[in-house]
Design a protein around this ligand. Structure first.
Ligand SMILES: *[C@@H]1O[C@H](CO)[C@@H](O)[C@H](O)[C@H]1NC(C)=O
Length: 345
């Protein structure tokens, strides 16, 4: 009986030891593996046992690294998000039909690995009006530790803009906002969109108005006649035009009497008027009676067509000039001595 009881007690003690032992062994073991790390840690950190566990060991570090990669990567490997800016918007060419713009996008990649740029999508707005938008796929790769300027060509077609927005006046200057989204594929971080924008102004150029006030004959013969066309030119733009040259062809009635390319320096202020004298040399005997009738003052119709090369605050432009079926006075030089009323206007 007593041996049976002793046996029970023994089993109980054994069980106790066994169970207690298992619970003791585990924390003991854990404590030992943690020991080297614990040494470095202060009181505060000890409190957060859970976090301690996460951070201990290589695999935890990797897990941490992957979970919290956005920040970790920057600290640990020197990884960072690329940065970008619309550094400049150039007007590469502009005329009454369209403006070709080039956006200079400066992109910096601080990372030790190249970053593929997936898409560039952009839009240009003026107020609430969308002027143009587009997307450039596979725009290239930004080198590691690199800075690159990507040039994005954008064309503003004025006909489209004027057809869409009737309130946009030719000759006016539009404020604009360029918005660009760069979509990168950054290793580990994944797809990243970098938005940026820049504002500026773009003109909607308008062709100058021209009228020939009078045609004056400098030298007159059937072999060679030199006539000066006193052309009134009106700048219908909200910006100054500095005329450098003009190209023109002239018709009397419907006879083309020739034309020329003429270097000419003149400034026509915004909304202003200027007078430019343009010479034409022709042989009246080559032409029929219509020209003679014109010269004798019996006909009046003239046509002038051409271009003016101008500098503007927005760059150089070639603007068309044309006047079809205009009427004018014909004068001999002797009639006009002292008649310089509009030369310096
Ligand atoms: C880029 O495309 C997306 C999707 O079409 C659009 O939501 C976003 O506004 C575009 N960004 C720009 C700058 O046009």
């Amino acid at each position: 009986m007593s041996s049976e009881k002793a046996n029970d007690v023994f089993i109980s003690i054994l069980s106790f030891l066994l169970i207690f032992g298992i619970f003791r062994i585990l924390p003991c073991h854990k404590e030992e593996t943690n020991k080297p790390k614990m040494v470095e840690k202060d009181e505060n950190e000890k409190e957060d046992e859970k976090q301690e566990d996460e951070k201990s060991g290589f695999f935890h570090a990797v897990k941490d690294f992957i979970h919290d990669v956005g920040e970790k990567i920057e600290e640990v490997v020197g990884f960072g998000k690329p940065t970008a800016d619309v550094a400049a918007v150039h007007i590469s060419s502009i005329n009454v039909d369209k403006a070709d713009l080039v956006l200079d996008l400066v992109i910096k990649n601080p990372n030790p690995v190249p970053i593929p740029l997936i898409d560039i999508n952009y839009s240009i707005e003026s107020g609430e009006r969308k002027l143009v938008s587009g997307l450039i796929p596979d725009a290239g790769t930004i080198h590691s530790h690199g800075e690159e300027t990507i040039q994005v060509p954008v064309t503003l077609a004025y006909a489209d803009i004027k057809n869409t927005y009737h309130d946009i006046q030719p000759g006016s200057i539009l404020p604009y906002r360029v918005m660009v989204d760069l979509i990168f594929d950054v290793p580990i971080l994944g797809r990243l969109t970098l938005p940026m924008e820049k504002t500026g102004e773009i003109p909607i150029p308008y062709k100058p108005d021209v009228n020939v006030e009078k045609i004056q004959f400098e030298r007159f013969s059937t072999e060679e006649t030199v006539a000066i066309l006193h052309m009134k030119i009106e700048n219908k733009n909200d910006f100054d035009l500095n005329v450098n040259a003009l190209e023109y062809e002239v018709w009397l009635g419907d006879v083309n009497i020739g034309g020329a390319e003429l270097p000419k320096s003149a400034t026509i202020e915004k909304g202003g008027i200027n007078f430019i004298d343009i010479p034409v040399t022709f042989r009246p005997k080559d032409f029929g009676s219509a020209v003679w009738d014109m010269i004798r003052g019996r006909g009046t119709g003239y046509t002038i067509k051409g271009n003016v090369d101008v500098d503007t605050p927005f760059g150089a432009m070639k603007l068309p000039i044309s006047k079809v079926g205009g009427t004018t006075k014909f004068k001999k030089k002797k009639d006009c001595d002292g008649d310089d009323d509009n030369k310096d206007k």
